[in-house]
Design a protein. Sequence first.
Length: 386
Amino acid sequence: MNFDIVIVGGGLAGLSLAAALRRSSLSVALIEGQAPVIPAGLDSRVYAISPANARFLDELGVWRHMDATRMQPVAQMEVHGDAGGRLDFSAYGVGAAELAWILESSLMQCELWETVKRQAKLTLLCPAKPRELMLAPDAAVLTLDDGRRIKARLVVGADGAESWTRGAAGIEVRFDPYDQLGVVANFETELPHRGTAFQWFRCEEGVLAWLPLPGNRMSMVWSAPEYLGRELLGLDAQALAARVADGGGRRLGALKLITPQAGFPLRLMRAPRCVAPRLALIGDAAHTIHPLSGHGINLGFQDARALSGVLCDKPEHIDCGDYSLLRRYERARKEEVVTLQTLTDSLHDLFGPSADSLMRLRNLGLNLTNSLPVVKDLLVRYALAT
């Protein structure tokens, strides 16, 4: 089988890239182990999608087809420090319709999947799993577990932080563990959230975030030290609901668990490069960041947008796997990725247990920023565009 581009990984980043390539004349194959499905209940994997990426999904023809009853706009956000510091953001304050949208991962993935299934010049290879990768000067050859061989001018790794593609290409990365677990769960709330997202920085207990969901429901993400993360994962439904409600000062009253808690280790991943001759990496295969900013999947969508732009706009005579062409994508994404990795890593360190001596300073900084509308406006506008 011969294609111009082979995308390994049918997650959100890989599917959005495949959908964005529809405006090109390039032939595309997408390899994925299994097709996505929408769970019977609420998906425990929930993302905050920035307005810029909502527009990107709308350009792909996806946004308008998703179930609006499962999408929640964020009108405002409260950020609390660990000693009285507070920072408030409002969509109204900057003339925006919303700060972000809270969506289930499966909702987006299934709609993207249906979109690419109907796409001309795109072949879905599912179920399929790659076994070998050879990058040669004139082409890349990918061998699947079932023995099929695929020849392409460009291979794109969109297969997550443990990327098989990245490893097969010999790109070594640096993982810096945060010694934290990201614990997620969804709850019904006693009180209405009114489209408000909450975030609490706790010196000893990590970062607790509540993201509003449609109706009186919210999604919790607790970036907790490992000992606390394991404790949270071991609690029964009633005890967990009480612990999470207390962690947020019972701002939304009593809570009731509606999806079981799940946890995953948190770590920062930096790659020395995200392109090579005939290879490009996007999404978590190229970078990971601490979830306290909520920008992980937004970076992945912007990777897909930037790479598709480079590939769709290239002159016909330029090979889509040409290294100098792929370097344009790498340069376009480097500044934003490094900025957000540095920012989230610094915030994690600033509010970590080892930074007790900075307690007064960091909370003063939150309050000072909260009193400077111009600075807050700049922060919000950057988040809206990312």
